[in-house]
Design a protein around this ligand. Structure first.
Ligand code: ZN
Length: 243
């Protein structure tokens, strides 16, 4: 089976809440798209200041570390630019300010495709494990969807943007990171770039430490996602084609 998405020379905006979210959800797909000439931009709402259990670590210190880790990971994947917004980790809310920030990036970078987190996933239960989707993940996903449609598209929304040269922009397709094969409707063959994803995740040393378990886990998860489609390794998405 062929990859269902044409990445050649496309412009892609990937929007996440914390450093590592975008890499976790789509690093292998981004590495593949970059090799096909896509220009990829990351927007990350917080610097992940709270992602540590170390009592000696301060939020400020951790923010610096995580920013550097994300920049290192982005280099591995050939991401063109990484932009950090100034929101606090753990406090992200779906409000007009966040939506306007995202609309500005959509109007500035004018992406063909937007990748982000799935806001409909509140919690997940399976017989063997359960989890709650972080509130920042839900918030960034919801704000991004609203920013794409209808806010960035309509000239009447944030009409003052015209004064700084930002024109309305219509996003053609949105892809939500999906970790559940039964929910996804788009599987990307990342057999050739999964190693780059593992390398990029290892660059987030403060979160994963490049441990062998992460490596094994990322592989087995990509294998499970690939199984249905005859790919060795896959990443999965909920794909929304907007008219
Ligand atoms: Zn996160």
């Amino acid at each position: 089976m062929k990859n269902p998405v044409n990445f050649r020379n496309k412009k892609i905006l990937v929007i996440g809440a914390h450093p590592d979210d975008n890499d976790f959800g789509a690093a292998a797909t981004m590495a593949l798209a970059a090799k096909l000439g896509a220009k990829i931009f990351y927007v990350i709402a917080t610097k992940g200041q709270r992602g540590s259990n170390d009592k000696k670590m301060t939020g400020e210190k951790l923010a610096k570390i995580r920013e550097q880790e994300q920049r290192k990971a982005a280099k591995i994947l050939e991401i063109k630019e990484v932009i950090f917004l100034d929101y606090n980790d753990g406090e992200l809310e779906v409000n007009l300010k966040l939506k306007e920030d995202l609309v500005m990036f959509l109007r500035k970078y004018r992406p063909d495709y937007v990748f982000t987190m799935d806001p409909s996933r509140f919690y997940y239960k399976r017989a063997d494990f359960g989890f709650i989707n972080h509130s920042d993940h839900r918030a960034i996903g919801e704000a991004t969807l609203d920013a794409c449609y209808p806010l960035a598209r309509d000239a009447v929304s944030f009409s003052e943007h015209a004064k700084i040269g930002l024109k309305p922009h219509k996003v053609k397709e949105i892809f939500l990171f999906s970790f559940m094969p039964e929910e996804a409707n788009c599987f990307i063959d990342v057999t050739k770039t999964l190693d780059l994803k593992i390398k990029a995740l290892a660059a987030h040393q403060s979160q994963f430490g490049g441990s062998k378990t992460t490596r094994e886990w990322v592989k087995s998860w990509a294998m499970e996602l690939g199984k249905k489609n005859g790919f060795k390794y896959a990443e999965a998405f909920v794909r929304l084609k907007l008219r």
